[in-house]
Write a protein that binds this ligand. Structure first.
Ligand code: DQQ
Length: 477
């Protein structure tokens, strides 16, 4: 059974077989959530891109659908790259990047244009005869070849698209386009441009209005490490500001990360019928080795995360519907920990943990997930008081990549609040109500189901709840 493998997620979306990367076309259409994704259906490696497809009524249980887009036209013969979806006149349009290689040079021989496909039912798509609808990158300080990943939205009766780009001197930027009908597009302006250490290319931009502000999300390639931050090959984050729709320019604040772990890239958001802004990202990173390739598949999506803005930053929490996955609750209260502690009933490899820790006098405390004592396997989350850092350490997580990622997290009333989602080969940790999130893929042995708590001085776990989480992928259980 395909999901019986110890690394196959049971409640995260992963490909039925072969390769998955970026989420695409995430939308709410005719009462259902649709999520497409970059897919190479012929091997568990990246290759000419197709659009795979899943849908869900509730963001919890997902059903696999047939491939939605395949390369083949003159303008997309080497791949249907990332893009987005929008409803117009009761039909679902997807806008994507047609990718063509005119030679082997990654910079000069890339021909990227923007194309549309349309569907009545959200399942079968037809490419438009007018394609490509944006046939070239605009003139100016805009690289002519790296021009991809349109995210489209509607504002006051017009359609807008933000497209990933870079300058001729390799600074990432986002380009704003406008259209009355999705087919005829005019370039408005460079909406935002990176300066200094802000990546040589911005992939997968997203733009939305949230809690009274405008937010531009981007995935800058190749930011250099700065202190504890930016140690992944690429980053995904956002700026908050105000878009002037007349000039097409966004005035904005500083870049902030959406996730401080290892494996989070190319996030895309949608708004649903409840007016909620929901984000899903690729739960991998380009340089992370993927041991599941030996099992014939690679790639997974994060849980859907609900976004809010609080105190000038985005806060992300798992959508509340995910509570439907919970079963077999185990509850503890007022547990003192000093040294290392295991608790009866607290273990598993597809579980949710929610706990509040009172740090008391401890200077170093945390928890170990996916513990297999015999093999010395563990994935460790440590809080160190003197520098207020949370560290996620996967150096002993099993097969696959190691490393440590850190984030600065002030304690609130001496307390640390954690929600941890463990799913076979992933951990997603939501800290202090989602003000900091850390995501990692880990590849432990099948027996690595232990969970431990540790502290160098006594701490008190004020509350601890653990649930087993159900299988949520409808076509394979
Ligand atoms: N992946 C897609 C591109 C995008 C990149 C190709 C980001 O459209 O820029 O698979 O991961």
């Amino acid at each position: 059974k395909i999901s019986g493998h110890p690394w196959r997620p049971v409640y995260h979306v992963s490909p039925p077989a072969n390769w998955m990367n970026d989420p695409n076309g995430f939308c709410f259409f005719k009462g259902e959530y649709h999520l497409f994704y970059q897919h190479h259906p012929f091997s568990p490696e990246w290759g000419p891109m197709y659009w795979g497809h899943v849908k869900s009524k509730d963001l919890v249980f997902w059903e696999h659908l047939p491939i939605a887009l395949a390369p083949g036209e003159a303008y997309d013969k080497n791949g249907c790259f990332s893009g987005s979806a929008i409803e117009k006149d009761g039909k679902l349009y997807i806008m994507y990047t047609g990718n063509v290689w005119t030679g082997p040079d990654h910079d000069k021989d890339l021909q990227q244009t923007q194309a549309l496909a349309v569907s009545d039912n959200g399942v079968r798509f037809t490419k438009l005869a007018e394609n490509p609808v944006i046939a070239a990158a605009p003139e100016g300080d805009i690289h002519p070849h790296h021009f991809r990943d349109p995210k489209v939205w509607e504002h006051e009766g017009q359609y807008y698209a933000v497209i990933g780009s870079k300058t001729k001197t390799n600074q990432g930027q986002a380009l704003l386009f406008r259209s009355p009908d999705l087919i005829n597009w005019e370039f408005v302006n460079v909406m935002a441009k990176g300066e200094g250490n802000f990546g040589f290319m911005w992939e997968c931009p997203d733009f939305f209005h949230l809690d009274g502000q405008d937010v531009l999300v981007m995935s800058p390639q190749g930011m250099k490490p700065e202190g504890i931050y930016y140690h992944n090959l690429h980053q995904s984050g956002y700026v908050i500001g105000t878009l002037n729709y007349e000039t097409g320019q966004l005035s904005h604040g500083p870049f902030q990360l959406l996730d401080y772990g290892f494996d989070f890239y190319a996030p895309q958001t949608t708004i649903d019928n409840k007016g909620r802004r929901i984000l899903i990202a690729w739960m991998d990173m380009w340089e992370s080795p993927m041991p599941t390739q030996s099992c014939g598949w690679a790639g997974a999506m994060t849980l859907p995360r609900l976004l809010r803005i609080k105190n000038g930053q985005i806060v992300s929490t798992p959508v509340p519907e995910l509570e439907r996955l919970r079963e077999n609750e185990v509850y503890y209260t007022q547990v003192m920990v000093e040294g290392e502690l295991a608790l009866e009933g607290i273990s598993g490899d597809h579980v949710e943990l929610e706990l509040v820790i009172d740090a008391q006098a401890a200077s170093r405390f945390g928890l170990k997930l996916r513990v297999n004592e015999e093999r010395g396997e563990e994935t460790v989350l440590t809080y160190t008081r003197d520098d207020s850092l949370v560290s996620l350490d996967r150096n002993r997580s099993g097969q696959g990549p190691g490393g440590i990622r850190q984030a600065e997290v002030p304690l609130e009333n001496n307390q640390l609040h954690l929600r941890c989602f463990i799913d076979k080969s992933s951990v997603e940790i939501f800290i202090n109500g989602g003000t900091t999130v850390m995501t990692a893929r880990v590849y432990p042995s099948e027996g690595a189901t232990g969970i431990r708590f540790f502290a160098d001085q006594p701490i008190q776990i004020i509350n601890l709840k653990k649930w087993d989480l159900k299988h949520a992928i409808i076509n394979f259980n």
